[in-house]
Design a protein around this ligand. Structure first.
Ligand SMILES: Nc1ncnc2c1ncn2[C@@H]1O[C@H](COP(=O)(O)OP(=O)(O)OP(=O)(O)O)[C@@H](O)[C@H]1O
Ligand SMILES: [Mg+2]
Length: 236
């Protein structure tokens, strides 16, 4: 089953002469468990695409369904709950709460969700796997960039989301930490059959994903599966 189905998605920001057509007729199907890289030049529409898929913003045309639910048909409240239970976000700037320690930052999405109880064993497992269990009482400003990003990943994974949306998650990290973070994302993807969409400027990283979606000027210009294309074409 496709976990994600986008049909002719359009996004126009602003009005009249200030209009920007950020996405133009984007159609995309993603199967469960796929790890997808999204590449494209600055301003091509990558973040816009992730924001729409995550229901953080709404399209001006077309349809987006996640796990078979058309997200524009959900009320604000339904969307908030749907997002919390099914979608995890990892951003480049970590977006951790400075006043909460590592443990509480990771537990935050569960704390918000009144219908769910805090699975302390799972949080411990996650923090141990990500190598930040011994940092659980530290505050974000006491951590390195790589450690903060691991906290952000743990927080994104805490509800075991079916879909993980990452916007340049390794953009601020050195190359050793980048390799480490990629390994953690891949392991999580396999272990929980998660689907990951990851924006990256790093060609080498993109090449390690199952599929590369290339966006230019608000349109998908190529997005074939790796290894299935005609030989030697570089980006698929
Ligand atoms: N909130 C907004 N209001 C108006 N225009 C916007 C808004 N967000 C994005 N845009 C415009 O939409 C286009 C796509 O932006 P987007 O942020 O999706 O690009 P991107 O591919 O993520 O770029 P980058 O690699 O620099 O992060 C750009 O022209 C941008 O200026
Ligand atoms: Mg962006």
């Amino acid at each position: 089953m496709n976990i994600l189905d986008l049909r002719q998605v359009e996004k126009v920001y602003g009005e009249k002469e200030n209009q920007v057509r950020a996405l133009r007729g984007v159609s995309l199907q993603v199967g469960e468990g796929e790890f997808i890289a999204i590449v494209g030049t600055s301003g091509s529409g990558k973040s816009t695409l992730l924001n729409l898929i995550g229901g953080l913003d709404s399209p001006t045309g077309g349809s987006i369904s996640v796990k078979g639910r058309e997200i524009s048909s959900l009320s604000r409240k339904e969307l908030t709950i749907f997002r919390r239970r099914n979608i995890g976000f990892v951003f480049q700037n970590y977006s951790l709460m400075p006043v909460l320690n590592v443990y509480d930052n990771v537990a935050l999405p569960v704390t918000f969700d009144r219908g769910k109880h805090l699975n302390r064993r799972y949080i411990e497992e996650l923090l141990r796997e990500l190598g930040i269990w011994d940092k659980r009482k530290k505050y974000p400003h006491e951590l390195s960039g790589g450690q903060q990003q691991r906290v952000a990943i743990a927080r994104a994974l805490v509800n075991k989301p079916a879909l993980l949306l990452c916007d340049e998650p390794t953009g601020n990290l050195d190359s050793a930490t980048t390799v480490e973070v990629m390994g953690l994302l891949k392991a999580s993807c396999r272990k929980y059959s998660q689907t990951i969409l990851m924006v990256t400027h790093n060609e080498a990283i993109a090449q390690t994903c199952d599929r590369i979606i290339h966006i230019e000027d608000g349109q998908i210009v190529s997005g074939r599966r790796r290894f299935h294309g005609e030989g030697g074409e570089g980006i698929c």
